[in-house]
Design a protein. Structure first.
Length: 446
């Protein structure tokens, strides 16, 4: 016998606690016709529309997106759908097989279990497996049903929201672990150079951006340093930056440098980028084992800054640089020899450091000249290493009047000739460098 649909009052919706109607799908099969849905009183609040189904097949046709709650009679016999899905046990004695089937096919709907008053254990088990609440058939009245429906709907919404929050939190934690694992670990064991770095992605709540850097020492004692920038600063650019960094390290350890290395990196970029409009700038420096000379290659990237003892900091030559990777298919990148001297500091950076706004109107960029002046002032104040980089990034942010929207990566290599002369035996001075964290950087300084 079909479940009678109660007459709805016109003013019920106006009295609803949240002003929205609800739809209830009743799934029950009562051959005796003794079960009816009580009329919902106007004072109960939200108006409830009722649909009825005599079996799961019919319920499947009526279970649309606008259904908010399902009232399932646990006495409904298992049908072919539940048996086919394996919801019942081997002997077909699972009394909650139909409920489990409904929970599986309607995971986002609130479910109320309806059972006899003397079957409290079954009612409690129904809640344990996933129903939001249970009702006793003999005690059902309009006010109780209305309250139970609204409670079940709100509880299901809360459960879904909590599940989504948990998934989001776990996903964010996993992404953070992944990004931390992809940050570079400089390989400088046995070197007399000191290393420091700062990294700030432009993306909110991210650890990686499109900027990338790395530093390794090859068996012959040469120190190879690199810094680059993939155009853009989203997750795709961050992924491509990691690929280029790892490729650079592998190629460097394999003995490539200069034009041969950059040409190979361009091939990697061309194969891995999503569109032909994506390009990357790059600066590579390879410092001779004696620390006094270096080879410099620029691929559309800002030239490094060098500070020597007793001299003002200035930019290294950049007139002979080549184009950014990915712009010209048969480009070449000349390698320029640079004299470093005995004691020096070499700072490599991405354009996020020099493209911040300055001035009250905020219409001008800091630029390379402004950066050089800023670094010279900080050097005059006695800042070095990590303190120098932290002060530089902080002041650029202050001049910009707020957070920088572009990724920023800065690394600093220092050589103190006096320290080299007084250096300890190799077994004591070869130290591993911890992985730099975003916003901080380790140093090999003793």
């Amino acid at each position: 016998m079909p479940v009678p649909v109660p007459q709805q009052r016109a003013d019920a919706a106006a009295e609803a606690s949240h002003g929205a109607d609800l739809t209830l799908l009743v799934i029950e099969d009562d051959p005796a016709g003794t079960f009816t849905v009580p009329e919902l009183p106007a004072a109960a609040g939200t108006r409830v529309r009722i649909r009825t189904a005599r079996n799961l097949t019919e319920a499947g046709r009526l279970l649309t997106d606008d259904v908010d709650c399902i009232l399932l009679d646990l006495a409904l016999p298992a049908c072919s759908e539940t048996r086919a899905s394996g919801a019942g046990d081997a002997e077909g004695t699972d009394r909650l097989a139909t409920l489990k089937h409904v929970l599986r096919v309607a995971p986002r709907h609130a479910v109320l279990a309806l059972t006899a008053e003397d079957d409290t254990e079954l009612a409690a088990e129904a809640v344990r497996v996933g129903a939001q609440d249970y009702l006793f058939r003999d005690e059902l009245d309009g006010r109780l049903l209305s309250r139970a429906i609204r409670y079940a709907v709100e509880r299901k919404r809360a459960d879904v929201a909590q599940h989504q929050l948990t998934e989001s939190t776990l996903r964010a934690q996993e992404n953070a672990r992944l990004e931390r694992g992809l940050l570079p670990t400089p390989l400088l064991d046995g070197s007399d150079l000191r290393f420091a770095a700062r990294y700030r992605p432009g993306r909110s709540r991210a650890l990686l951006g499109g900027d990338f850097y790395d530093t390794v020492r090859t068996p012959d004692g040469t120190i190879h340093a690199m810094i680059g920038d993939v155009c853009g600063h989203g997750p795709d650019e961050a992924a491509l930056g990691v690929e280029l960094r790892i490729a650079w390290r592998a190629l460097t350890l394999a003995g490539l440098c200069g034009d041969e290395l950059l040409s190979t990196l361009q091939q990697v970029l061309e194969h891995e980028r999503e569109s032909e409009e994506i390009f990357a700038t790059l600066c590579t420096v390879d410092i001779a084992p004696d620390g006094r000379r270096a080879g410099l290659c620029l691929a559309g990237h800002p030239a490094p800054l060098i500070a020597r003892r007793g001299q003002a900091a200035h930019l290294l030559p950049y007139e002979d640089g080549g184009p950014a990777l990915g712009l010209l298919p048969r480009a070449r990148w000349p390698r320029r020899q640079v004299d470093l001297g005995g004691t020096w500091s070499l700072m490599m950076y991405t354009d996020g450091l020099i493209e911040g706004r300055v001035g009250q109107a905020g219409t001008q960029r800091l630029g390379q000249d402004g950066m050089v002046e800023m670094i010279n002032r900080q050097l005059a104040e006695g800042l070095t290493g990590e303190d120098l980089l932290e002060a530089a990034v902080t002041q650029v942010r202050e001049l910009n009047g707020g957070e920088l929207t572009d990724d920023v990566a800065v690394l600093l290599l220092d050589r103190d000739q006096e320290h080299v002369r007084r250096r300890l035996p190799d077994g004591d001075r070869g130290r591993s460098i911890p992985r730099p964290r975003p916003g901080s950087a380790p140093s090999t300084a003793p």
